[in-house]
Design a protein around this ligand. Structure first.
Ligand SMILES: [Zn+2]
Length: 388
């Protein structure tokens, strides 16, 4: 087994960019196979769960796989794309400088796997009363196809999960969701000199935007969660495109919006009420039509209750109260798989998704120590499976 920095180096050296643009999207299999080799050598049972030809999840289990009631340590194998010209260092070569480890995925979040393996290598299957699962997913940064597949399969992975996204080792028990929608208004083109010759899509969109802003105010009056820095759900008008020439009546206009719902706001219900709000707006002019198209399936908001055992344990172990973050994770999907989930990992989100991403060296030992305490609590100390 390689040393922890060598594992980080090997993981970062294997590109695994995931991107909604197919020209940037890469396979994650090299990372999955590497992790599988290391974990196999440590006695883990290896399950490689293919999603398509180029992508797979890895589920590695130590202890009795028939009784997955223990801890899941989870991360994603992919990274975001990178701006080659803006990096000081080679993004695929782990570079140690000024007490920092630079490389693509150093913080978000390949290093986490090296630290998990370093923590886990001290245990053999016979030490564990409950199973330890190391989960490595595909496509977290793009479609979340990996974790969605696990949810579809309904696979029981354990009872508690820690997702090692970079949170400076502070426990996170909630985040908002994400909904991205395109709203299209179609009218009819005509000569600008006579409005009766057409139906103006920009004017239709004007009414739509007014309604969206009114709807947002109502949502913000109804929902509030003081744990979040922005305590209300947001709705951002992100882009608008329509028309071509000043002397033509605009036939088509599209706006794209980003909605960030709070925990407790259901995505399907929100989508339904968005349509219900907008459809009547253009009803007076039958020549104008409206279409609302989701730009992706949406990410649900996530919340593990403040009184959950995993929350209390992580607060005790770290000395930090569990909080909220502004970024999305796979946590809502793991929650739906029945796992009490916390997001907590080394490094800072401020270094993620940008050139010269790094992990501070002083995060390494505290992370390994914290992971060992979690393994002790949820896998070594509990009552054995058969006695439950
Ligand atoms: Zn991440």
């Amino acid at each position: 087994m390689p040393a922890v920095l060598d594992m980080m180096r090997e993981l970062i050296a294997r590109p695994s960019v995931s991107c909604t643009d197919p020209s940037f999207d890469q396979s994650n299999l090299a990372v999955v196979y590497l992790l599988a080799d290391w974990l196999d050598a440590l006695g883990f049972a290896i399950d490689i769960d293919p999603i398509c030809e180029r992508k797979a999840n890895l589920i590695a289990t130590l202890g009795n796989p028939a009784c997955r009631n223990g801890l899941v340590l989870s991360g994603h194998t992919d990274t975001v794309p990178y701006d080659a010209g803006q990096w000081t260092f080679d993004p695929f070569k782990l570079t140690e400088r000024d007490q920092r480890l630079y490389g693509l995925g150093s913080a978000d979040m390949k290093s986490f796997f090296a630290l998990v393996i370093e923590a886990a290598r001290h245990y053999a299957a016979r030490d564990l009363q409950q199973s330890l699962v190391i989960l490595a997913t595909a496509d977290e940064e793009s479609s979340m196809s990996g974790v969605k597949r696990l949810l579809k399969e309904g696979m029981k992975l354990g009872r508690y999960a820690v997702i090692g996204e970079p949170t400076d080792l502070k426990p996170i028990r909630m985040h908002k969701g994400v909904m991205l929608e395109a709203i299209r208004v179609r009218g009819h083109a005509g000569h600008s000199s006579d409005p009766a010759l057409g139906a103006n899509a920009i004017e239709g969109m004007h009414a739509v935007l007014t309604e969206l802003i009114a709807w947002r105010a109502e949502l913000q009056a109804k929902y509030r969660h003081s744990a979040f820095k922005v305590a209300v759900p947001t709705l951002n008008l992100g882009s608008i495109h329509g028309g071509d020439n000043p002397n033509r009546i605009c036939a088509e206009c599209e706006t794209q919006i980003d909605i960030r719902p709070l925990p407790g706001m259901d995505l399907a219900e929100l989508q339904h009420s968005l349509l219900q709000r907008l459809l009547p707006v253009l009803a007076d002019d039958p020549r104008l039509s409206l279409q609302v198209v989701p730009l992706f399936e949406g990410l649900p908001a996530f919340e593990t209750p403040a009184e959950a055992e995993i929350v209390k344990s992580c607060e005790r172990l770290t000395g930090h109260a569990a909080g909220a973050v502004a970024f999305g994770t796979e946590a809502p999907f793991l929650s739906r798989l029945g796992l009490d989930t916390i997001v907590m990992g080394p490094g800072s989100i401020e270094q993620a998704h940008q050139p010269d991403e790094y992990l501070a060296l002083d995060q390494i030992q505290p992370t390994i120590a914290l992971l060992r305490k979690l393994i002790e609590r949820y896998c070594v100390e509990p009552v054995p499976c058969r006695q439950l």
